[in-house]
Design a protein around this ligand. Structure first.
Ligand SMILES: [Fe+2]
Length: 289
């Protein structure tokens, strides 16, 4: 099976803080432009999202891909990506056989990390994402509802990442609303960069972005950027996700009496209780487990 991560991965920091390390997948044939140009047109249309035009760091990342008109074919976009402003995001390329050994190798190594951290045996909902972007393109500020290992294959980029759970970067109410998909436009200001770390990122390097850590990405001016991430949840991040969803509902109710729920992410037993409450609430509303 493919060996993916180098020994400088700091497993004890999983979902605690962002960190850079190295991957061993440079030169893997699945990531060549030739293979990508072959595979992408064969994938179901809903797995390949692409936009043209440079985005701004303050743009609404998720709705961009929902709203952008598809006025250029994928083949044309790949063809012209070096000279035009374009951005292609591919969900689950592992459905193609050329990505299978990569996917299995990555899942196996994430699984070993999770066991070492005591947060479960297998990654939950593990998926690959591919990002192919023109020079200078920007992924706007957002948080993720999962944990990420991002690997760079071509071109350079700056990935600016804050600590997870920093309420000065993303307020508790905004974090909760984002996780339940009520609001995917997070406020951003230059002060947020002052509270974050800017990682310069080049081929062969990898970066961990913790669950709900605010981040944005700016590609370097020199070349097309090709990167791939594996996203997944752990037993711990699922508990956080459920507790954040529960807090979103509690916050609306408690606001009427001038109160607010306790913060998610600071007490494991409170988060576990809120997670159970959330599942009870879903069952009551007819969305059973
Ligand atoms: Fe992200």
């Amino acid at each position: 099976m493919t060996s993916c991560f180098a020994d400088d991965l700091q497993s004890e920091l999983l979902d605690r803080q962002p960190f850079k390390f190295h991957h061993k997948l440079l030169g893997h044939p699945a990531l060549s432009l030739d293979n990508l140009a072959r595979v992408l047109p064969t994938l179901p249309q809903q797995q390949v999202m692409y936009s043209k035009g440079l985005l701004d760091v303050e743009a609404d990342f998720e709705s961009t891909f929902r709203k952008k008109p598809r006025d250029r074919s994928l083949e044309e976009t790949i063809e012209s990506i070096r000279t035009t402003d374009a951005y292609i995001m591919v969900r689950s390329p592992e459905v193609d056989p050329s990505f299978q050994d990569l996917y299995k190798g990555l899942c196996g190594e994430v699984s070993a990390l999770m066991k070492a951290r005591g947060v479960g045996d297998m990654p939950v909902g593990a998926q690959l994402y591919l990002f192919i972007a023109s020079p200078n393109s920007v992924t706007p500020f957002h948080i993720d509802r999962y944990s990420t290992f991002l690997m760079q294959f071509r071109g350079s980029k700056t990935v600016t990442v804050a600590l997870p759970w920093d309420d000065r970067v993303v307020s508790q109410a905004d974090r909760e609303a984002y996780v339940v998909r009520q609001n995917t436009k997070l406020p951003w200001s230059p002060q947020i960069d002052g509270l974050s770390t800017a990682f310069e990122f080049s081929p062969g390097e990898a970066l961990h972005i913790p669950f709900v850590a605010g981040h944005h990405v700016r590609n370097g001016p020199g070349d097309v950027s090709i990167s791939m991430s594996i996203i997944f949840n752990t037993r711990e991040s699922i508990r956080w996700r459920d507790a954040l969803s529960c807090n979103h509902v509690l916050r609306k109710q408690l606001r009427r009496v001038g109160m607010a729920p306790g913060k998610v992410g600071s007490s494991a037993w409170q988060d576990a209780l809120k997670s159970r409450l959330w599942h009870g609430y879903l069952r009551l509303r007819g969305f059973g487990d």
